[in-house]
Every structure is written in structure tokens, then in C-alpha cells.
Design a protein around this ligand. Structure first.
Ligand SMILES: [Zn+2]
Length: 346
């Protein structure tokens, strides 16, 4: 059952929602911004369940949905008629524009039985200008019972006119120690694995949980470290082979993410003189060596290559080839840096 007490971190948003529940001052529109798996759906659904609950309960100083009334039971089974999730699952993605326009008149129909009619708009950053303008008309004169939650992975794509109508809240990173404790205590994950997953989640409890449930995570981590340690000396044949294996395992996105963390560590090491927190802390020896020979410009080039590979993959170009090009580019940057280095040794 949804409860505020089970959400780790996000104190500012919880305080705001608790205050709204106590005082009844609920806004008509919220933007909850945070990366994937960061918990924006969870915190929104918890608040929505509490708003609609017939019998709010006070537990440990928090107002919580009761979990037993008709509305709460409907929320748990995913069919509370006054909590509407967009885009509708059955609707083709490319028709989103028509969908949101077709769906906006629904706002004028009063809720069935709940005090509020709640709209949860997922991936709201994908709303284009026409969609946002259509939505804006509703946000300018919303019926008293309507509440919109726009869930997005950033606020850059919203029109200023939409932003100004919404309470904007940002999902914050959660401390690594709290995530590890959550994995150990609530999910029964062994200590070492909980620590590793917490560290790699970079403050995102949802991602930490996914990692802890993913049996291939340890393997993916080891493979990434092995490849990136050896990359300057890998032959073209080895690169082709590794790229093919990664692509065939469906692990390209995971590889890119881990590689981004690896080079992030190198950047942190370089810029803090070894005093910053590393994600791959057990690889500090390699990281310090690479930090010494890769200049900042080389790290920038690798970051760009990782982003380009992600874009290329989205266009569903051959995944194996995309990975191969990425590895070749990383190798090139490493080799260029070391030849420049040996040429101008101080
Ligand atoms: Zn209830």
C-alpha cells in the first residue's frame, strides 16, 4: 500500500504534500521533475491516494492513505476512476497530440465519487508546444476539483506560461547510506551487494532496487571495467567481438551508463587530486593512472562519444555497429592522448 513513510528521502516534497493534506490547500497543477526510476511516480501516486482516501490516518506524524477504503482499494488495483493516467496505455504513441486534446474535455466532467479528479501525465516533457498550449487553457481555468501532475525528467521543455501555472518540485538525490540501508533492511539484500547497488544508483533508490534485482549487474560491471582498463591496447578484432557480445546481451545502454560513471570518476579524481568520492572506488589505482594521462579535452570527447552513441541507438541503427564505433572512438582518444603525452613529456 502507498505510504509516505515508506518513501526514502524527498523530505521537501513530502512536507509540501503533508501540508496540503492538512490545510486542504491543494494546487491545480504540479510538475514533479526527476530522472527515471527516481520515485516521482511513487510520491505522486501516494499523494493522489491520500487526496482521494475516505479515511486518512495519522501515523508517525504523517497523514497516510488508510489502505482499506473503497478508493484505496481501487488505487491498489489500478482502477480508481478519479485518478487518470496519461498517456492512455492503449493509445499509439504517435497520436499523443490528438490524445491529449481529445482527453482535455474530460476535465469538465465532475469526479465520480472522490473529492478530486486527478490527472497524472507521465513523460510530460514530451508534450510539444501545441499540446502544452492546449493544456494551458485548462490550467488557466481549472474546475475546482481538478489536479494535474506533470511528471517529467526536467523542466527545460516546458513553456514559461505552463511553468508559471504549476508548483514545480524537484526529486533530490538520496544519500548512498540511506539507500544501502533501505536495500538491506526492507529488501533483504546482502550487505556487500546493497552497498554496491547503492553506490551505482547515484542517489536514485528506484535504480538501486532495479540493480539489486538484476542478476547480470555484477557481470556487466566487471565486463565494463575489464574493457575500459584494456581499451588502449585492444585490437580491432577484439573490439568487434566485445561490441557484438554487448549488443547481443542487450547490454549496450548499461555499458554506456557504467562507462559514463567510469569517466566521471576519472574526471572527479583529476579535478579533486584524488580526494573526491569514486563510484568505482576499488579501481582507484587504474583511475589515478588514467586520470594522469587523459587531459580534460579527451574526457570531453569521450563524453560526447557516449552521448552520440545513445542518440544513434535511439534511431535503432545496428546496435553492434554503434557499440563498435563507440569503443573505437574511446580507444582513439586514449591513444591520441598517450602519443601526445609521450611527445611532450615534461
Ligand atoms: Zn483510504
Amino acid at each position: 500500500m502507498y505510504s509516505f513513510s515508506s518513501i526514502i528521502g524527498q523530505e521537501a516534497i513530502k512536507d509540501h504534500f503533508q501540508n496540503a493534506l492538512r490545510t486542504g490547500s491543494v494546487s491545480h497543477a504540479y510538475i514533479i521533475s526527476g530522472e527515471k526510476e527516481s520515485g516521482k511516480e511513487l510520491i505522486t501516486r501516494t499523494f493522489a491516494a491520500a487526496l482521494q482516501c475516505d479515511d486518512l490516518q495519522e501515523r508517525k506524524g504523517l497523514l497516510e492513505p488508510c489502505g482499506a477504503c473503497l478508493s484505496c482499494l481501487q488505487v491498489q488495483s489500478g482502477n480508481q476512476p478519479d485518478i487518470i493516467v496519461w498517456p492512455r496505455k492503449e493509445y499509439p504513441k504517435y497520436k499523443v497530440k490528438e490524445d491529449i486534446r481529445a482527453f482535455l474535455p474530460d476535465v469538465q466532467i465532475r469526479p465520480y465519487r472522490s473529492p478530486w479528479k486527478i490527472y497524472i501525465l507521465e513523460d510530460a516533457e514530451t508534450l510539444n508546444v501545441q499540446c502544452q498550449n492546449a493544456l494551458l487553457k485548462t490550467l488557466e481555468e481549472p474546475p475546482a476539483y481538478a489536479v494535474f501532475f506533470l511528471l517529467a525528467n526536467g523542466t527545460e521543455n516546458f513553456l514559461p506560461t505552463v511553468l508559471s501555472r504549476c508548483v514545480v518540485m524537484q526529486i533530490r538525490q538520496v544519500e548512498e547510506g540511506r539507500i544501502a540501508a533501505f536495500l538491506r533492511e526492507k529488501k533483504g539484500i546482502p550487505v556487500a551487494r546493497a552497498g554496491l547497488c547503492a553506490r551505482f544508483s547515484r542517489g536514485n533508490p528506484g535504480r538501486a532496487l532495479l540493480l539489486s534485482e538484476d542478476p547480470s549487474f555484477g557481470e556487466a560491471r566487471d565486463r565494463t571495467v575489464r574493457i575500459l582498463r584494456e581499451i588502449p591496447s585492444l585490437t580491432a578484432d577484439r573490439i568487434t567481438k566485445e561490441a557484438k557480445e554487448i549488443a547481443e546481451a542487450g547490454a549496450a545502454a548499461g555499458f554506456r551508463e557504467l562507462a559514463s560513471m567510469w569517466y566521471r570518476d576519472i574526471l572527479v579524481y583529476k579535478s579533486t587530486g584524488g580526494r573526491g568520492d569514486l563510484i568505482f572506488e576499488e579501481e582507484v589505482q587504474y583511475i589515478s593512472n588514467i586520470a594522469d594521462c587523459l587531459p580534460y579535452r579527451a574526457l570531453e570527447k569521450i563524453t560526447t562519444a557516449l552521448q552520440d552513441a545513445a542518440k544513434r541507438e535511439k534511431l535503432s541503427v545496428n546496435a553492434s555497429l554503434t557499440m563498435e564505433m563507440l569503443l573505437l572512438e574511446i580507444r582513439r582518444v586514449h591513444r591520441d592522448a598517450s602519443s601526445a603525452d609521450s611527445g611532450f613529456r615534461r
